[in-house]
Design a protein around this ligand. Sequence first.
Ligand code: ATP
Ligand code: MG
Ligand code: FE
Length: 336
Amino acid sequence: ALILAIETSCDETSVAIVESGTIIRSNIVSSQVATHQRFGGVVPEVASRKHVESITWIIEEAFEKAGVRPSELSAIAVTEGPGLIGALLVGVVAAKALAYSLDLPLIGVHHIAGHIYANRLVHQLEYPLVSLVVSGGHTELVYVESEGRFRIIGQTRDDAAGEAYDKVARALKLPYPGGPHVDRLAHEAAEALPLPRAWLEPDSYDFSFSGLKSAVLAALNSAAMKGQPLEPQAVAKGFQDSVTDVLVEKSLRAVRAYGAKQLLLAGGVAANRGLRERLAARCAEAEVPLLAPPLGLCTDNAAMIAAAAFLKLERNQFSSLELKAEPMLKLEAWSV
Ligand code: ATP
Ligand code: MG
Ligand code: FE
């Protein structure tokens, strides 16, 4: 079965054609990073307009690259939420038009389910599993009891991990999005600036990064005031160590507590080298199988949306043509 999926929840316009939920026939991703960079972040209205400009040719390119004709498709999938309302709408309207005109079933997909199921494009999953989702807007520990059944067991109480990365990057005067730049600086560091870790209550799987971000800003300011600026590499490493320490330890605790057979890494920050290295080392020690998508499937793409949509296709769970963009869609509510 071939699914054509559309992803427009934020600042990537992406269309993919995926076979049987696992074989990527095409996965075209057009990033708007260059457009938003001069504003230091994503400007919602600009993102919507860019999606409108590119969606049609990206759909055409996805067909062409895959060597697939519209009549060969089994379903049309689209990210229905969460995300920016205007951006989501472009994908949802395009998907409905395709589903209606080709007389195909429509499948609305939760963006975070997509990030998690990006792993299914490259790995064999075993349940129950725990997924650490770290992205621009989300930081969550998700218990996946069986295929497509999600329960959020912990989440950030303030900033998402990616958001914290981007804010610290801005303080270090690095270009947007700053995550990869902080990652690179951290790897060049000889030593780390000592920074606090937000463990919260001993039994909590929640996260908090805003205090850490404030600590970084305070350290940068006081050092500048004394005329002894901090080395950016040391700041980046101190920040990255603090973030990864908490993410890794809480993930491993969740794996043990829930008897998970695998730990899945998901979301844009899953591309972080420091996080991947530390997780790999700790999981090897604890003999926990760790799965992560290849770097290109960590950040937003439509292949992951097709992978998640396949769960619904197998169960004949379709959306109606009334499907709405849901900027605050809940993951649990999307379970199969
Ligand atoms: P969400 O998925 O929560 O809706 P999003 O789709 O905007 O948010 P993603 O595309 O999944 O987010 O991830 C983008 C985020 O990942 C950005 O904050 C970016 O800085 C961060 N990121 C990307 N690569 C790295 C890296 N190597 N290290 C740290 N952060 C990174
Ligand atoms: Mg993005
Ligand atoms: Fe995302």
